[in-house]
Design a protein around this ligand. Sequence first.
Ligand SMILES: Cc1cc2nc3c(=O)[nH]c(=O)nc-3n(C[C@H](O)[C@H](O)[C@H](O)COP(=O)(O)O)c2cc1C
Length: 321
Amino acid sequence: MNSNKGSETTAWIGRVPLHGDLILAPMAGYSDLPFRVICRELGSAASIIPCILDDGLLYDSKRTDELLRAAPEERPLAIQVLSKDEGRLRRAAQKLIALQPDWVDFNLGCPAKHIAGRGRGAALLCQPPLLEALARCLVSELPCPVTAKIRLGWDESNRNYREVALRLQDAGVSALAVHGRTAKQGYSGAADWNAIAEIREMLSIPVLANGDVREPADIEAIKKVTGCDIVLIGRGAIGNPWLFSRLESGTIPWQTRIAMIQRHLLLMTEHYGVKNGVRLFRKHLIHYVQGFHGAGALRPQLVAAETPDQVMDVLYAWQMR
Ligand SMILES: Cc1cc2nc3c(=O)[nH]c(=O)nc-3n(C[C@H](O)[C@H](O)[C@H](O)COP(=O)(O)O)c2cc1C
């Protein structure tokens, strides 16, 4: 399934080999099973299930069960966790073991209010000793490798990525993913690839570079600037999973795009049921057609479509014009 299988080992996450240099970044609400499977087929070298709360694992929430669903062909498969409490994390680790991920990623970069506002995700960047203790706890409890994903710090005056990176390496994480922005920046400004290069220079574990890769040329550029062998791609892959095959989005023929929409929509309806599948697919759909002549006028019709057939009818009618 993964077009990279059989190819050379590019890097190791602990004892887990990676075949390929690109991985779909964890994106809550986007990098679900259907989208991860599609990106894997086109070249993403691993799957990361995003944003699982320790509480969700501990209280067996139905929502968490749905988020944790993965396809057999998604291995290597990682699960990303959020926690701010060692006791809870220790107990959540036991639940994670039962799920048998290839590795567990510790989320230290989420700036969203409902996460960071409650002391988790990027808020932990403000508490390096606690963040280190939590990472140590995961490393000691889990039999699989542990990785972490950080931003450069909380804000411009607290870019403490050097201290955080060293503490995480000391804690025993097997790799570190770095999104080159502060939490306060959100997604504004440009990702600071030079800061990622600095971290890469400092550490002996693999560093995964992340931020602002939108076209194939950006892949080579970020690798060159940062010196990293592995790149995480987030927003650039939405509506454009061909980026994992290093194809320019403008070169994808409309027929190929339609076929991908149909397949992605089918996977969504299989995963979520027809009603929710179509509803949740809309945010992908808008990106698939973005930039095409007349896409603005098409949007209200696409958003109004309630069944897969209606979605495809709108697209075919548009193509016929
Ligand atoms: C909608 C959305 C959801 C995200 N959810 C997560 C998440 O659950 N965990 C995480 O570590 N990062 C999350 N991120 C951050 C991405 O993984 C990535 O670090 C960021 O988008 C920068 O990379 P990009 O420029 O390639 O998009 C999210 C980003 C977006 C846009």
